[in-house]
Ligand binder design. Sequence first.
Ligand code: AP5
Length: 220
Amino acid sequence: MRLVLLGPPGAGKGTQAYRLADRFDAILIGTGDIFPENVKGDTPLGREARAYMENGELVPDDVVVLMVLDRLLQPDVANGFILDGFPRTLPQAQALENALADQDRPLSGALKFVLSDELAVKRLAGRRTCVVCKRTYNVEFKRPSHENVCDRCGGELLQRPDDREETVRHRLEVYHRDTEPLEFFFWERGLLREVEADGSEDHVTERAVEAIVDLVEERR
Ligand code: AP5
């Protein structure tokens, strides 16, 4: 299965991506993870990405495309992947489509998680992320068993610099302007499915699994 996840910041793409990757035995590729790795490693690409991310702006397409397509070429991805956070612009979507066509591995679908801006702001303001394994928690909706400690790996939980309310609102504007047009791109190709993202994590997973099974059946 080769799947793209769409939806506003805070819709729960990262949360669901882990669950869906386990369920469908696919490799999870998250730009939210690839970028910090590069930024932390102080690579030239990482240095370029850092300033954009901290201000809630999109990283330029040429930088993003290089990082993600490089990851997609690695052998562990051959059996399937879930892309969380890519593509986010039309040029990125076109680059992905071309790269997959070259490898004769077309996308199975694009799943859009639907959530209001207000709920997205509320979720992100309370998000805490594990510095080690990147699992996310929420001070309101999903507390860890011990304050500021990851249940899964024991890592420290911190608030991301771009999760301050003002920056979140700017990220939402960028999302509506640059990423929402991708829905039409995928819809035109018969690849788009919408999933209501309000509700418990388990309910959202059930809805997503149903939509994926539906997509895969249709493309047989
Ligand atoms: P990225 O890290 O990908 O951020 P994002 O897309 O803005 O998405 P988020 O991680 O904020 O939200 P999410 O939908 O994954 O929600 P989550 O599951 O964490 O990107 C960061 C930056 O990198 C961008 O701003 C940009 O600068 C750059 N970038 C990345 N990709 C790029 C690209 N392709 N091109 C250019 N630049 C790019 O959940 C959020 C919170 O809600 C958590 O606290 C969680 O516990 C909680 N939650 C989740 N589900 C539920 C539920 N069902 N009920 C209650 N709470 C829930």
